[in-house]
Design a protein around this ligand. Structure first.
Ligand SMILES: Nc1ncnc2c1ncn2[C@@H]1O[C@H](COP(=O)(O)OP(=O)(O)O)[C@@H](O)[C@H]1O
Ligand SMILES: [Mg+2]
Length: 671
């Protein structure tokens, strides 16, 4: 069972209905799996909430350290710290500052873009205003004479040129802003990915993959949207408002008053709608995250879902999350959507009022028709930037929320830095000593107790014991995926906490219990163990792992491309490639965690020879279920519940007639 599956079945009964009882039993067989009775609306919404909480997880591992303590992210408190980096931004000012820092390098370009915005706005204002002299002079001259067609044509040419300048400026602006935004995104993605490489294993063990990946895609995208469009629109909107207002005042003060009175009304209405839409927007994002997380999990676990006939339950749970997403999306987008019509109607009222009163002013107060025409245009245009700005507000919020989710990952505590005086052992010989080591993933829950052992270079130490005894955990400690809580681990006399991590890990070759292959050729996958290995060495390593013969049978031999974690290989073949990868490395310490568990006994026998060669002159830790493979170990540790119960070589342990004897002779089943 892989670590992931183990966690799921032990820690979080993912696909099992939570209430347990009869439903838990049902889940075991196909008949009647799913369809848990009729639910009341209340029960259903409670279930939806539970599912959402589970799948829409926040970044920070529970109780994990990291600078984003409960204080900064609102009502975290002593309880669960999940689902808080979602939805609306919690600290907009800091987030904005951080985003701006990404734009810093492109200040000049930004300046150019904003200059273009100014040109564009000025051109459109000027173009609109030019209508006044055109009407007054060439169409309905104020002095009562006939219109002047030639003059009109000339004036229209000028007007066209002005508008053309505006269009060009707009085009330039869009192009420049796009490059600025995309280079900022490039940096953000780089920073995020770089950060992810520094995060400790604990982070990945406690976070939802789908959620992390959506930060890379969705969240970064929304930020990009904001950088390339929203910022500019806000700026040009503000400019238009100011410019239009100025020109309106210049054209007619009385009419301006009408518009100015109408604006607060419009703002108020817009604000109310925006607030609502913001609130629902957060909910929508959480639901979206939950749906993504659920889909990701069922896609990756599709075989398990099918094997246990959980399709019905999965469908049902998905339907719940899906409905929840629909509801939240309707709410969020309804309020986003009614913004336009609400503002539009108010602006129509404004328009009609202005037209009536303007007409009266023309008749009684000698107000020029050209003036009235441009004013009507302005008063209509006036609501557009206000409209736009208020619509952009929700984009800004979602982008800031997205940025916060991205920054939250960036703020996660990285793997603790090496000591300043960290030592580098070259060459490392491989004297490994564990002295009274105790450890728990959760400090309160001890997994390993008082483990002491000594391994000399060239020795083979084996761990046997039932599943969950803590065998893999010991390997996690040797390469410092996790740090121990008590005792010490030393290599060549140096505490591994004083070794540089790179030095430590370079000197430990490991075949993990969960195999992993990267997209690439077989050769590249083996060479992953040591990048400067020659082709000859790669083949040699494959031979050592008994992988050579099956590789040669692949369509393109060593150049066969592996995709999707080696989906085109059998599990056993994947393991052999993982062994070859370890074999190509020259590390003095070798860890094999159930490395041959999926390989048939005949192949395993066949490998034995190669394995002996692999282990020669290295300190080797072997974990194996098949006791036949550990017989020749220098020392065998029998691990139960995190403690070493028995130790000795094969003969000694058999003589002891204890636990090992039971395991070996099969007197008692593993429990
Ligand atoms: N990443 C983890 N976080 C919390 N608990 C874990 C983690 N990995 C393993 N455990 C727990 O530690 C115990 C030992 O697991 P492990 O060392 O993987 O056992 P095994 O002997 O089968 O390799 C198990 O009870 C398991 O639930
Ligand atoms: Mg294990």
């Amino acid at each position: 069972m892989s670590r992931e599956e183990q966690l799921k079945t032990e820690g979080q009964p993912v696909l099992k209905p939570e209430k347990g009882g009869a439903e838990g039993v049902k889940a075991a067989g196909c008949k009647g799996a799913g369809r848990p009775g009729e639910e009341t609306a209340g029960e259903r919404s409670a279930r939806a909430e539970r599912l959402k909480r589970r799948y829409g997880r926040a970044v920070s591992p529970k109780g994990g350290p990291g600078p984003m303590g409960p204080g900064r992210h609102g009502p975290g408190g002593p309880g669960r710290q999940r689902a808080m980096a979602k939805g609306t931004p919690k600290n907009s000012r800091a987030t904005v500052k951080r985003l701006l820092a990404y734009l810093n390098e492109d200040k000049a370009k930004m300046g150019l873009a904003f200059f273009c915005v100014i040109v564009n706005t000025a051109a459109s204002l000027a173009g609109s205003y030019m209508l006044r002299p055109i009407i007054n002079r060439y169409i309905v001259p104020v002095d009562g004479s006939r219109g002047d067609a030639a003059g009109l044509a000339r004036a229209l040419m000028v007007m066209a040129l002005v508008y053309l300048a505006g269009v060009l400026a707009n085009y330039a602006q869009a192009k420049v802003m796009l490059t600025v935004a995309q280079s900022a995104l490039l940096k953000i993605r780089n920073d995020l990915f770089t950060k992810m490489q520094t995060l400790p294993v604990r982070f990945y063990d406690t976070n939802n993959n789908g959620d992390l990946m959506s930060r890379f895609t969705n969240d970064v995208d929304t930020v990009g949207q904001m950088l390339s469009n929203t910022l500019v629109q806000l700026f040009s909107g503000a400019l238009s408002i100011i410019g239009t207002l100025g020109l309106m005042l210049y054209t007619n003060v009385y009419l301006t008053v009408i518009t100015v009175v109408m604006v607060p009304v419009m703002m108020k209405a817009g604000g109310a709608v925006a607030r609502r839409s913001q609130k629902y927007f957060g909910a929508q994002q959480t639901s979206l995250g939950a749906v993504n997380g659920y889909v990701e999990e069922t896609v990756t676990g599709q075989k398990v879902v099918k094997v246990f006939c959980h399709e019905d339950i999965a469908r049902e749970e998905f339907a719940i999350l899906n409905r929840d997403l629909r509801d939240n999306q309707i709410r969020a987008q309804f309020f986003g959507g009614i913004m336009g019509p609400v503002m539009g109607n108010l602006s129509q009222i404004n328009y009609s009022l202005t037209a009536c009163i303007g007409g009266i002013l023309c008749i009684w107060k000698n107000f020029d028709v050209g003036g009235l025409t441009v004013f009507l245009n302005f008063s209509r245009q006036f609501s557009r930037p206000i409209n736009e700005i208020s619509m952009q507000v929700s984009n800004v919020f979602s982008a800031l929320a997205g940025a916060e989710r991205v920054f939250a990952v960036m703020d996660e505590a990285p793997e603790q830095a090496d000591d300043r005086d960290a030592v580098t052992l070259t060459p490392m010989e491989g004297h490994v000593v564990l002295d009274r080591v105790s450890f728990g993933y959760d400090p309160d829950k001890v997994i390993l107790k008082d483990i002491s052992l000594y391994a000399k270079p060239g020795q083979k130490i084996a761990f046997v014991g039932s599943t969950g005894a803590g065998k893999t955990t010991i390997t996690n400690l040797l390469n410092r995926f996790y740090d121990i809580q008590a005792g010490s681990i030393t290599i060549d006399g140096v505490d591994i906490r004083h070794l540089s991590r790179e030095n430590l890990r370079k000197n430990i070759a490991m075949v993990l219990q969960d195999t992993h292959l990267f997209t690439g050729s077989v050769r590249e996958n083996i060479r992953y163990g040591r990048l400067d290995a020659t082709d000859e060495e790669v083949v040699q390593a494959a031979k050592t792992a008994s992988a050579h013969s099956f590789i040669m049978r692949l369509p393109k031999g060593y150049d066969t491309m592996l995709e999707g974690d080696g989906a085109n290989l059998s599990q056993g073949q994947r393991q052999l490639l993982n062994i070859a990868r370890a074999a190509v490395s020259k590390a003095p310490i070798l860890i094999l965690d159930e490395a041959t568990s999926s390989v048939d006994t005949r192949t395993e026998k066949h490998i034995e020879h190669g394995m002996d060669r692999l282990m020669a002159n290295r300190t080797t830790f072997v974990i194996a279920h098949r006791l036949s493979t550990v017989r020749n170990a220098n020392a065998i540790m029998v691990l139960e519940h995190g403690e070493i119960m028995e130790r000795g070589d094969h003969e000694e342990l058999l003589e002891m007639k204890g636990r090992y004897y039971e395991l070996y002779t099969g007197v008692k089943e593993l429990d």
